[in-house]
Ligand binder design. Structure first.
Ligand code: GRF
Length: 199
């Protein structure tokens, strides 16, 4: 069975593109939807250029009603019959109700060596703390922000002259290799276990 992957984005979608390209050819999964909460997000054009169906659910149209916003997300995900959900630069906090529905089948990439630096401004915080290294983590998404089981990490040395921007650019290149590797391993395990569950 080929597993069906949906990817949630809010911006440029460079991680989304890395994931989509990694699924071209011999792979247990394939991308079936790229879904953005931001109309016109750069990643939507990138996804279309890669031949992946896209959709937009503008969170602003729901006036702060997270449940209604997420119900619309879920409608698109069910129509796409997604088995696996990857967030990649998706900047909305999801409620426990939504996350629980995807328990064990939802991945995220975070630009730090979790459990250090959950939340935002990870690179600035690592530099300010005088850390020797930064990095990125792919983890299962749970109700607690950036706190789910870590499935893979990449470590990046912090240079004395690094700014948050220069460090972010270097870490991003590692993200583009880490996320596809973890998704492949995760997909292979899910396919073996037949634990994809109902789409
Ligand atoms: C990346 O640093 C990622 O770790 C974070 O969002 C940033 C932008 O990602 N989640 P992308 O280029 O939109 O994939």
């Amino acid at each position: 069975m080929t597993l069906r992957v949906a990817i949630l984005i809010s911006g440029g979608g460079s991680n989304m593109e890395a994931l989509v390209r990694s699924m071209q050819g011999d792979h247990p999964a394939r991308p079936v939807l790229v879904l953005s909460n931001v109309p016109g997000a750069g990643g939507l054009a990138r996804a279309r250029a890669l031949g992946v169906r896209t959709a937009t659910v503008d969170h602003r149209a729901f006036g702060g009603d997270r449940t209604a916003f997420e119900a619309e997300l879920q409608r698109h995900l069910e129509r796409a019959r997604a088995h696996i959900l990857c967030t990649a630069g998706f900047m909305r906090i999801l409620t426990p109700g939504f996350v629980d529905r995807w328990a064990g089948r939802m991945l995220n990439i975070h630009p730090s060596l979790l459990p250090r630096y959950r939340g935002l401004d990870t690179h600035a915080r690592a530099i300010a703390a005088g850390d020797a290294e930064a990095g990125c983590s792919v983890h299962l998404v749970t109700a607690e922000l950036d706190a789910g089981p870590v499935l893979g990490q990449a470590r990046v040395a912090i240079r004395p002259d690094d700014t948050p921007e220069s460090l972010a650019a270097r870490v991003l290149g590692h993200e583009h290799r880490l996320y596809p590797r973890v998704l492949r391993e995760f997909s292979e395990r899910l396919a073996r276990e037949g634990a994809a569950g109902r789409p």
